[in-house]
Design a protein around this ligand. Structure first.
Ligand SMILES: C[S@@+](CC[C@H](N)C(=O)[O-])C[C@H]1O[C@@H](n2cnc3c(N)ncnc32)[C@H](O)[C@@H]1O
Length: 229
């Protein structure tokens, strides 16, 4: 049965369809904003916490683990798309396993991290709530959760600035891409409320700037857990 057009299940289905095209785009550095700004921004945010253990959630084809290889960091990447995980494992840089956010929340990783990172991988609605709720079980004491995502103010476009499902688009990508994944738009206030609701305290908010436009290329949230004293 195929997933509803605007649903968390559809997101995963679409990334499965586009696994090969996505891998080529990432590895050939065809996404300019990544090459110019956001890759460096997430690597710097992770290294700024000097982690021993990193959980890369929604790791895709695994570039982040490879970028951090040789720094003595134990990397576990998880993604719901088996094809992407196979490509990540073939390229190395860490250990990569198939798991959805729901499975991760249910304990599938058997891993705790100093840094849990989501690089442009929080695209859904319920799956994201479930993942946030699982952070106490995924983070070590003093661990942090780092999220890089589209900057809501810039990604909103002409649509109303309110939470809701949006249809995806591969505008700007090659003709190899089909069936774009939908995504759930959240305002900046909603992201902050989501963190707070799950006992996550915002330590830092970064807005990496695209040198071509002088606009924010993304937003990065760095949060830790408010644990009971
Ligand atoms: C835009 S890609 C980013 C991949 C990688 N983090 C990167 O920086 O290249 C989004 C990824 O999130 C994964 N994803 C989305 N929803 C998921 C879910 N519920 N469970 C597991 N993976 C999910 C997709 O399969 C896809 O690989």
């Amino acid at each position: 049965m195929s997933a509803g057009a605007l649903s968390d299940a559809k997101i995963v289905e679409c990334w499965g369809t586009n696994a090969e095209a996505w891998t080529a785009a990432v590895r050939e550095r065809r996404i300019e904003s990544r090459a110019l700004v956001t890759d460096r921004a997430i690597v710097d945010a992770v290294l700024g916490r000097s982690p021993h253990a990193l959980l890369d959630i929604g790791c895709g084809e695994g570039w982040l683990g490879r970028a951090l290889a040789g720094r003595g960091i134990q990397v576990l990447g998880v993604d719901a798309v088996p094809d992407l995980i196979a490509r990540a494992n073939a390229a190395g840089g860490g250990e990569y396993r198939v798991a959805s956010y729901q499975q991760l929340a249910a304990g599938a990783a058997g891993f705790t991290a100093d840094v849990a990172v989501c690089n442009f991988s929080l695209l859904g609605r319920e799956s994201v709530d479930t993942l946030f709720a699982a952070m106490p079980a995924l983070l070590r004491p003093h661990g942090v959760f780092i999220i890089q995502t589209l900057h809501p103010v810039l990604a909103c476009g002409q649509r109303p600035y309110q939470d809701g499902w949006r249809e995806g688009s591969w505008a700007g990508f090659s003709a190899d891409f089909t069936d774009p994944a939908p995504w759930y738009f959240r305002t900046l206030a909603s992201w902050l409320a989501l963190l707070r609701t799950h006992g996550l305290r915002l330590l830092e908010l970064r807005e990496p700037i695209d040198p071509r436009t002088q606009q924010a290329a993304s937003v990065i949230f760095i949060a830790d857990l408010l644990r009971p004293a």
